[in-house]
Write a protein that binds this ligand. Structure first.
Ligand code: ADP
Ligand code: MG
Ligand code: ZN
Length: 574
């Protein structure tokens, strides 16, 4: 298989091992199940202990979701006369920043409850434990149903997603993490709900007051001298116990959920924990940003009088919440090569002694860190997010919706799977074209250099080919992975201060790639897929809409409001 772009492209789903080769026998499975059950039971007990008032209202039945930042439980409650009501209880990790928590809650309370945006019923707090109670929506696993959906169902799915996005965008909420697991879909009831505002940010004119505070967090990153802060892998977390406490206080009082009170001590603790971690990161990675699993080096270069920090996806974690969970931190250390140093002056030129070598020179070490919000999941990130364009808008959510649509039309999920932003960008180029990507990046002030050119693909042909190919047909990658270069450079054109250089001395197949399932297990294709209702005659409008969603230029990308009026949805009403 030819890999390229200098970016590691690994096997498509077609090459990944068949899961059941590794199937455990029954007794091991049972054992695992029991183990899991007792784990869940313990977690439920712990939650009752942490927030005792829950026990007077809810019967917690099961754990239905566990992420880095929260655990979600299914509970029942006798809230009104009549049968028990099903409730989802989202327990945020205690180290979440109070402003983040409050902002998430405010998104749900202000914009939620209609137009496919999840609402909130109650919120409970004891000390630093916060539990958000929401109506429970039973939902499908996207991967499980992807290849059995009729074309009409896909249309309805997308329509309802745009309805939710239109709603939140009207409130000036940028969700930043639009992906199937955050858009709940109950196929039988045809119900949909956009959830998880844990990464949301506000537009400049957002109607969500607390998102203004979240945003100022990002702004402070640009002017670090304004605030005492901790830097971890390029992200700055708030410190300073008095941080907008006043505002938060008043807002939260109204909700009778005073979230700020416990944060002082906690933040201090966190502070020192983070500092130590930071030091660790420093010492382990200072001289090299070499990745452990490949022989390749990535350099991110930036301009004058600043720092250089190579970011990785796990660093977003820090900007989202002050996570101290061991799991999050250790991933960080493993995945990220962080190089940070402050030097008072250095040349502003884009290239230097280390250009196209496997070293990072002192000039580069002194370059300023480029800061822009980068939250989200790499495969769903828009090009302007991947290139760290500082002005990001609601258009980033539309790109993510486009990636979901691409999965629905091609029958592949996840469609893009990249462990870092540069790989993700390279993967986008293989679909949308390198020239086109470079051109678009110019419009938002980024310059990307690629040594090879890859053409844009015809979206219909691409989706039809992927849809018609079973996962046991190990061919598609070579078609799709006609990747450009071994060297790519991004630079910040606006101030000529920044540039990134990706340089891959060796190109070899890697473990990250397009079309591969999360756990290495792919979904087997239904051979008769094309005969499933409607798939034999997908109208041009579908690909026209896809094209407008995957517009590389955020300024011309279709909005949610416009998408709802697109001819693809012609006979559907709001
Ligand atoms: P996280 O920030 O940890 O991703 P989410 O809010 O996305 O938390 O919730 C995680 C998972 O929990 C979701 O992907 C979904 O499966 C489940 N979930 C969340 N809210 C609800 C709800 N209201 N009803 C049913 N399931 C939910
Ligand atoms: Mg989520
Ligand atoms: Zn250099």
């Amino acid at each position: 298989m030819e890999a390229s772009l200098g970016i590691q492209m690994d096997e498509p789903m077609a090459f990944s091992p068949v899961c059941d080769q590794f199937q455990a026998d029954d007794s091991i499975k049972k054992c695992e199940q029991n183990f899991k059950l007792s784990g869940v039971k313990k977690d439920i007990e712990k939650l009752y202990e942490a927030v005792p008032q829950l026990s007077s209202v809810f019967k917690i039945k099961d754990k239905i979701g566990e992420g880095t930042f929260s655990s979600v439980y299914l509970a029942t409650a006798q809230l009104q006369v009549g049968p028990d009501e099903k409730i989802a209880l989202k327990h945020l990790i205690p180290t979440s920043h109070p402003i983040r928590i409050a902002a998430e809650l405010q998104c749900l309370t202000v914009a939620g409850g209609q137009d496919n945006v999840m609402g909130v019923k109650y919120c409970f707090r004891k000390n630093d434990h916060v539990v958000i109670a929401m109506p429970y929506l039973e939902h499908e696993s996207f991967l499980d149903i992807l290849n059995s959906l009729s074309f009409q169902e896909v249309r309805e799915y997308m329509f309802n997603l745009f309805k939710a996005l239109k709603r939140i965008h009207q409130f000036g909420i940028v969700h930043r993490d639009v992906k199937p697991s955050n858009f709940l879909y109950n196929r039988r009831l045809k119900k949909y709900a956009l959830v998880d505002f844990g990464l949301a940010q506000g537009t400049h004119d957002t109607k969500i007051e607390l998102l203004k505070l979240v945003q100022s967090e990002a702004e402070q990153e640009c002017c670090p001298q304004n605030k005492s802060h901790i830097v971890i892998g390029g992200k700055i977390s708030l410190s300073g116990p008095a941080y907008k406490e006043q505002n938060l206080h008043t807002t939260m009082k109204n909700k009778e959920q005073n979230l700020h009170s416990t944060t002082k001590n906690k933040e201090q603790n966190l502070h020192s924990t983070m500092k130590n971690k930071e030091q660790n990161l420093h010492s382990t990675t200072k001289t090299s940003v070499k990745r452990p699993y490949t022989n390749t080096q990535i350099q991110i270069k930036q301009g004058k009088d600043g720092k250089l920090i190579k970011q990785s996806k796990t660093m977003d974690v820090i900007s989202r919440k002050l996570a101290t969970k061991k799991k999050a931190i250790s991933t960080k250390v493993m995945n990220s090569g962080v190089v940070k140093k402050t030097v008072s002056s250095c040349p502003a030129s884009l290239t230097c002694d280390c250009y196209a070598t496997d070293k990072v020179c002192s000039i580069c070490l002194s370059r300023r860190q480029q800061v822009a919000p980068r939250a989200g999941t790499p495969g769903f990130r828009a090009p302007e997010v991947l290139t760290k364009c500082p002005n990001q808008s609601t258009a980033i959510d539309m790109w993510s919706a486009g990636v979901i649509f691409l999965s629905l039309l091609s029958g592949r999920y996840p469609f893009y799977k990249a462990s870092d932003d540069l790989t993700a960008l390279a993967q986008i180029m293989t679909i949308r074209g390198s020239r086109e990507t470079i051109q678009a990046a110019k419009t938002f002030g980024k310059s990307i250099l690629c040594s090879k050119e890859v053409p844009a693909q015809n979206l219909r042909k691409l989706c039809e080919r992927l849809r018609s190919q079973g996962s046991d047909t190990p061919k598609l990658a070579s078609d799709i992975q006609r990747c450009p270069s071994h060297d790519s450079t991004f630079s910040d054109k606006t101030d000529h201060k920044a540039s990134y250089v990706i340089q891959r001395s060796q190109v070899q197949p890697s473990r990250d790639s397009l079309y591969k399932g999360d756990n290495g297990c792919e979904k087997h294709f239904n051979e008769n897929k094309t005969s499933v209702e409607g798939w034999d005659e997908v109208p041009d409008e579908a690909y026209d809409l896809l094209d407008k969603l995957l517009d590389l230029n955020p300024a011309s990308r279709i909005t949610a409001e416009e998408a709802l009026l697109h001819p693809f949805f012609k006979d559907m009403s709001l």
